[in-house]
Design a binder for this molecule. Structure first.
Ligand SMILES: Cc1cc2nc3c(=O)[nH]c(=O)nc-3n(C[C@H](O)[C@H](O)[C@H](O)COP(=O)(O)OP(=O)(O)OC[C@H]3O[C@@H](n4cnc5c(N)ncnc54)[C@H](O)[C@@H]3O)c2cc1C
Length: 561
């Protein structure tokens, strides 16, 4: 089968028909976006129904399994019958490769790409210029959706899908790659046409071609600087390139050809909303920054100002913290809110590890007179769409280092609800820190809340110096050492808190088996925040139980992209 497209010459009528088809398919590609929330809602409906039907059977199936804790652990029956929907969801949520997003995200954008490709090819006959232009107009028709996926709040997509900006961000990135691919096909086919017909030297001086080349160069630069390797190497380069180029791309495309203008105006309007919402979501505050003794952690306390007090905070949300004046104004990093209820405390509390960039500047400010003027944006986060954890049979929190700023407020919220007489599930809290001092702020919060003694289901593992790797209770003889490390400083009762301290690494397999082998715990929630490797290990262990039929709500909070 040969190459189906040829350079054909068309009469006026045929050209008008081609124009009609180009515009029509562009509009159709855009309108078909409306199907996406509909399909999503249908998916949610099916999931709800299947979940209800299967939950009835799962309880019995789980009870029939041996308890691995009571009788020595046996490998789970991978692929056995059980909650098919939970298994499917788990399989789709698996990462494609480290830092490459999940199968679900690739599948969704892959299917969308196939649909767009169909719209690129349909009714183009053998007309080379038709398919060349179709690539361009279909790419442009997706720009408004792409910009909308970048909205942090006030987005119709958030309401329709009940997904936060953070959960939608991978789709923004993958759709961006799809659009760049379509644009690159459009540009390459056009350049080939000019070369084959000896038009390149003449056309390269024309404004529409110059602007087209500028647009594809900007798009390729946006795509390259957004690659994980570049982002990890120099986050600011990615950030500035993204902001500057995504703004300049719009007028360049607007002037490139008139047929794209409707899409460009739509994208520009969404971009304006994005800027407006960031301004509305931002406010200045007078923060107090302190270095926590014996650590490179910063404790940042932000009193709730008039505008911050109006906002809704849920445990597990984060805010962006930046500097109010130029040139640092463009530096703005996310930090989890480390206290469960800023309204009750009348302040937002953050704990940040001082590293190289923004956090090094914050550490420098900690040495200066307080309070410090800072810029706050948010709160944002997937936590605003979490299910009520009280509806699960067991909840497991696993945190590594400063990752407890995400898990601890959610755990403390459950403890608070339990103390208020609410029926809440058994919640296990595992926290691994390198040195005891790193955990002191959290131990203090917990022991204050629990009147001196930490809950029995709470364990803090100190993996750094002095650990013997066995994860046993610290015991009275080592309390002195912990005090030196600052671990228990400020705890209401040092003895009570010391019971929760372990030395060495936690055995995640044993902990997870204990959680899941508990009778009746057919629905569990697992929330993780820590280094990538930790999240992957917990997921592997929890996965064994999903394949045995457990229904698990899983969330791994990533402190990065
Ligand atoms: C949702 C979330 C919550 C976080 N909570 C905490 C916390 O409670 N305590 C803590 O110490 N750290 C937290 N972080 C990490 C923190 O934002 C910084 O990445 C980290 O402190 C690096 O500091 P730096 O001074 O080296 O950063 P810089 O050099 O200034 O920035 C580099 C890194 O910051 C991150 N980053 C910056 N801006 C953004 C952004 N707009 N979106 C996503 N990532 C960005 C990127 O990972 C990037 O690699 C969180 C990150 C995220 C995404």
């Amino acid at each position: 089968m040969g190459w189906p497209y040829h350079f054909v010459s068309l009469d006026e009528g045929q050209q008008a028909r081609r124009r009609q088809l180009l515009d029509g398919y562009g509009q159709f590609a855009q309108l078909s976006i409306l199907l996406l929330p509909l399909i999503y809602q249908l998916g949610l409906g099916v999931r709800l129904l299947m979940g209800r039907l299967q939950r009835r059977n799962v309880y019995q199936a789980v009870k029939e399994h041996q308890s691995p804790v009571a009788s020595g652990f046996k490998q789970p029956a991978i692929g056995g019958t059980g909650n098919v929907w939970a298994k499917l969801r788990w399989a789709l949520d698996e990462p494609v490769a480290e830092g490459w997003g999940t199968r679900k995200e690739w599948l969704a954008v892959g299917l969308w790409g196939a649909w767009l490709l169909l719209l690129v090819v349909k009714d183009t006959g053998d007309d080379y210029l038709h398919i060349t232009r179709r690539f361009g107009i279909i790419a442009a028709s997706q720009l408004p959706l792409h910009y909308m996926l970048a909205l942090k709040s006030w987005s119709p997509i958030h309401y329709l899908t009940r997904l936060s900006h953070e959960s939608l961000n991978p789709y923004h990135r993958l759709l961006g790659r799809l659009i760049i691919t379509l644009m690159a096909c459009h540009a390459s086919l056009y350049l080939n046409f000019y070369v084959q017909n000896g038009l390149l030297l003449k056309r390269i001086k024309d404004w529409d071609v110059i602007l087209g080349l500028m647009a594809i160069s900007s798009a390729l630069l946006i795509g390259t600087t957004a690659l994980a390797r570049v982002r990890d190497w120099n986050y600011r380069l990615f950030f500035y390139a993204h902001v500057v180029l995504s703004v300049t791309l719009l007028p360049v495309l607007f002037l490139h050809v008139s047929h794209l203008r409707v899409y460009i105006l739509e994208a520009a309007a969404i971009y304006a909303v994005l800027i407006l919402q960031r301004n509305v979501d931002q406010s200045s505050a007078q923060a107090t920054i302190k270095t926590l003794p014996g650590t490179n952690l910063l404790s940042i306390t932000i009193p709730l100002s008039k505008s911050l007090v109006k906002r809704t905070y849920k445990p597990g949300m984060h805010i962006y913290l930046g500097f109010p004046s130029l040139p640092q104004k463009l530096r703005i990093n996310p930090f989890s809110i480390a206290n469960p209820d800023p309204h009750e405390d009348k302040n937002i509390h953050l704990v940040a590890r001082a590293l190289g960039g923004t956090t090094a500047m914050l550490a420098d400010l900690a040495t200066k007179p307080q309070p410090t003027p800072l810029l706050i944006e948010g709160p944002y986060g997937s936590a605003s769409y979490f299910p009520d954890l009280a509806n699960y049979d067991r909840v497991l929190f696993v945190a590594g280092g400063v990752g407890a700023t995400f898990t601890l407020p959610i755990y403390r919220d459950l403890l608070r609800r339990s103390a208020a007489g609410e029926q809440i599930p058994v919640a296990k809290f595992i926290w691994t820190v390198r040195s005891g001092s790193d955990a002191a702020w959290g131990i203090r919060q917990l022991s204050e809340q629990c009147e001196g003694s930490l809950p029995t289901e709470c364990e803090v593992f100190v993996t750094g110096k002095g650990g013997n790797g066995r994860g046993e209770a610290a015991g009275a003889e080592s309390i002195e050492l912990q005090e030196r490390e600052g671990l228990l400083s400020g705890s209401a009762s040092k003895e009570g808190a010391a019971d929760a301290i372990r030395r060495g690494k936690p055995d995640l397999r044993v902990i997870i088996d204990e959680v899941f082998s508990h009778d009746g715990s057919d629905r569990a929630a697992v929330l993780v925040c820590g280094p990538r490797g930790m999240g992957a290990s917990v997921r592997r262990e929890v996965g064994r139980w999903v394949w045995r039929g457990r229904d698990v709500f899983w969330h791994s909070e990533e402190f990065g992209w």
